[in-house]
Design a binder for this molecule. Structure first.
Ligand SMILES: *[C@@H]1O[C@H](CO)[C@@H](O)[C@H](O)[C@H]1NC(C)=O
Ligand SMILES: *[C@@H]1O[C@H](CO)[C@@H](O)[C@H](O)[C@H]1NC(C)=O
Ligand SMILES: *[C@@H]1O[C@H](CO)[C@@H](O)[C@H](O)[C@H]1NC(C)=O
Ligand SMILES: [Ca+2]
Ligand SMILES: [Ca+2]
Ligand SMILES: [Ca+2]
Length: 645
């Protein structure tokens, strides 16, 4: 289902990364790794691939995404990274009669989110007086009292009941049984007493050092504690006298170690995101392109193929759930410039702190679907309490890093409640069950707004904070949404100048492919695929307004982005804000500069991509609460279809 569009987007992103790459060459000079993508002339089994590698002096690390024509070869004689391409090694491979092409992998930067906040030492150490184990309605774990994101009683100045409402899910007997979440990170300490019984070794792997043991590399500065901390948020055990509890404390975690090497490659990302897609249900990522407010980057060729294969074929066809931390670049970055977070195939999660404000490092963008929690307001000890290295516990885990695994845990609960949910069902459930609660923008810029079918969204928080009790209850009675279609609604390709002093307005009037096999009547994701350049890219602002009047800021000002050359090349800006709206009518794109100094630029192309269903998505679901989001949208859809029929 996602394939036709995926090819289109592959192509788009590919073009884009070419241009981004050339930028990197100038800025930092390109880096070449000792890993080679080798495409063979025919499918071969592992034995023959090993042989081909060996006779050329390489080691075969295995096939790419299970494709027996593509393998990753390692050249041990080369350092992990250097600035020169190795022509002799590439040539050696290419003259092998079985090899079609060989491409030495370039290295690039991917950073852990929340990393700069990570070194505040854990000030609370496990205290024996809490070690009494008791079984009761509330977890007896010593750190449960610090897990305000699970149960906010107003600890440390928090707002009571501003939490994930997990107890309401647990009370329904749902604790994550038979669901596996992979933590794609710097390793997981699977010997930790709070993690070891929930560790799924079979689904785990170490792509940083190519072995089955994703154990973190211990360093003096606790640099590699990130994955272990994320793992505990999802699946730390309950009532064992150790640390706290995971959101889904009976679920399993897999470790995928892939951030602990000098440079990232496309193949490490692809292998990680495509690892055991039938054993792993959910992949959680708390990393991405550098959040420096000037990077525009996203998944490359093999990684994009891994994601598309995951949503199409993973979980025996139901689709893997990819959860993404929206980014820690603060108001100076825009997560729509991060192709992982902004992808339709990932659920991008922002964070709030314990009194309902956004965290100061939160990025905003129109592709964010929902939010969870990161740290407390002032006290550094009111971060996310979770497992840590050396068998310890911490109360200082933070950043949108800390937010994404909470969402993974909530989705694990939803999948136990209804194992038949598809990757799209999870997104629909997120939209319908997340709550505004008391989330607000600390700076008063972004308000809660109703979209055209009565769903309330916020540019910072998406559809609000995840509600575990709510998503589980809805998951239990959920009926899978109707098939998804992709409509290219229109395109404008006439170059025009963007003046410094006013907006340019572009309109696409569409019937949303009505009468064709691609027709979309009820929206899920919308993408505006845009090519534009500017004398200062960071001063560009883009707004997309739907026919029902919902205005999404698809690109905000980024004060550090002073690119004046690359602009955006067929970049897919995505919005979730028009979810469940009807797409027929006129879409408006506004392009302008937000800048003190005069800037100018050129608009070159805009293609509008609509994704969604032909049938009303929630028709088969019943609801008794007339104030629920489900009831509100269903009513809107019923009135609409009685008008149009
Ligand atoms: C990936 O590369 C292959 C071969 O070069 C190409 O056919 C495919 O379209 C690419 N996908 C992209 C660009 O995402
Ligand atoms: C666990 O999940 C797998 C699919 O992931 C399924 O085949 C199996 O029946 C489930 N087991 C239980 C006990 O529900
Ligand atoms: C931007 O695009 C215009 C129109 O295609 C072109 O003339 C100009 O050279 C471009 N600017 C840069 C810096 O590439
Ligand atoms: Ca290892
Ligand atoms: Ca515990
Ligand atoms: Ca970012």
């Amino acid at each position: 289902m996602e394939y036709c569009i995926s090819l289109f987007i592959f192509f788009l992103t590919f073009l884009n990364f070419n241009s981004d790459h050339s930028n990197e060459v100038r800025a930092t000079s390109e880096v070449f790794t000792n890993s080679f993508l080798v495409k063979l002339k025919q499918s071969v089994d592992k034995t023959l691939a090993d042989e081909v590698a060996k006779r050329n002096g390489f080691i075969n690390l295995g096939s790419i995404l299970g494709n027996q024509k593509e393998y990753q070869f390692l050249q041990k004689a080369l350092p992990h990274a250097r600035s020169k391409r190795s022509v002799p090694h590439t040539r050696r491979l290419k003259i092998d009669p079985l090899i079609h092409t060989a491409v030495q992998q370039t290295g690039f930067r991917r950073v852990k989110r929340g990393n700069r906040l990570l070194n505040t030492e854990n000030l609370l150490t496990l205290n024996n007086k809490f070690m009494k184990v008791q079984v009761g309605p509330e977890p007896s774990d010593p750190y449960f009292q610090y897990q305000w994101y699970l149960k906010n009683t107003g600890q440390n100045g928090g707002k009571p009941r501003l939490d994930l409402n997990v107890e309401a899910a647990w009370a329904q007997g749902i604790t994550g049984k038979n669901v596996t979440t992979a933590i794609m990170d710097d390793g997981v300490d699977y010997m930790h007493p709070d993690l070891k019984f929930n560790y799924n070794a079979r689904a785990s792997y170490d792509f940083s050092s190519n072995d089955p043991y994703p154990y973190p590399r211990y360093t003096d500065d606790w640099f590699n504690s990130h994955g272990t901390r994320c793992a505990g948020e999802v699946a730390a055990a309950r009532d064992n006298g150790v640390c706290g509890v995971g959101v889904a404390y009976d679920s399993k975690i897999a470790g995928i170690r892939m951030l602990d090497q000098p440079y990232m490659t496309d193949l490490i990302e692809a292998n990680s995101m495509g690892h055991e897609p039938d054993l792993i249900d959910i992949y959680s990522a708390s990393w991405g392109p550098t959040d420096d407010g000037k990077t525009v980057d996203g998944p490359r060729n093999a990684t994009m193929r891994a994601i598309v294969r995951g949503v199409n074929e993973g979980r025996r066809g139901l689709g893997n759930i990819y959860v993404w931390a929206s980014g820690d670049g603060g108001e100076e970055d825009d997560c729509n410039c991060d192709g992982y977070a902004a992808s339709m195939w990932t659920v991008s999660i922002n964070s709030a702190i314990n009194d309902g404000q956004n965290a100061h490092y939160d990025e905003s963008c129109s592709s964010t679907l929902a939010s969870t929690f990161s740290n407390g307001a002032k006290d550094p000890n009111t971060g996310v309490a979770t497992t840590d290295l050396y068998g310890k516990c911490t109360t200082t885990h933070s950043g949108t890093s800390a937010a994404a695994p909470e969402a993974a845990g909530v989705f694990a609960l939803a999948l136990e409640a209804n194992p038949q949910l598809t990757w799209r069902d999870i997104q629909h459930l997120t939209v319908l069950s997340s709550k505004r609660n008391s989330l607000f923008d600390a700076k008063g810029r972004f308000h809660w707004t109703m979209n055209g079918v009565g769903l309330e969204f916020n540019h910072l928080f998406g559809y609000g904070v995840l509600d575990a009790g709510g998503i589980v209850a809805l998951a239990k009675k959920w009926e899978t949404v109707p098939p998804r279609y992709h409509c290219e609604a229109g395109s404008i390709g006439v170059t025009q100048e963007i003046p410094s002093d006013r907006s340019i307005l572009l309109k696409i009037k569409t019937d949303a492919c009505s009468g064709t096999e691609y027709s979309v009547n009820y929206l899920e994701h919308v993408q505006a695929v845009i090519t534009v350049n500017a004398s200062r890219r960071g001063d560009l602002e883009l707004f997309l307004t739907s026919p029902m009047g919902t205005r999404s800021m698809i690109l905000s000002r980024r004060i550090h982005d002073d690119d004046n050359r690359d602009g955006f090349t067929k970049w897919p800006f995505m919005t979730t804000h028009t979810w469940a709206e009807y797409p027929q009518g006129t879409w408006l794109l506004e392009i302008s500069f937000n800048s003190q100094k005069p800037q100018h630029g050129w608009f070159k192309e805009w293609t509008l991509m609509l994704h969604g269903t032909r049938e009303p998505p929630y028709e088969k679901l019943s609801t008794t609460d007339p104030h629920s989001k489900l009831a509100i949208v269903k009513k809107a859809h019923e009135e609409h279809s009685s008008l149009t029929n």
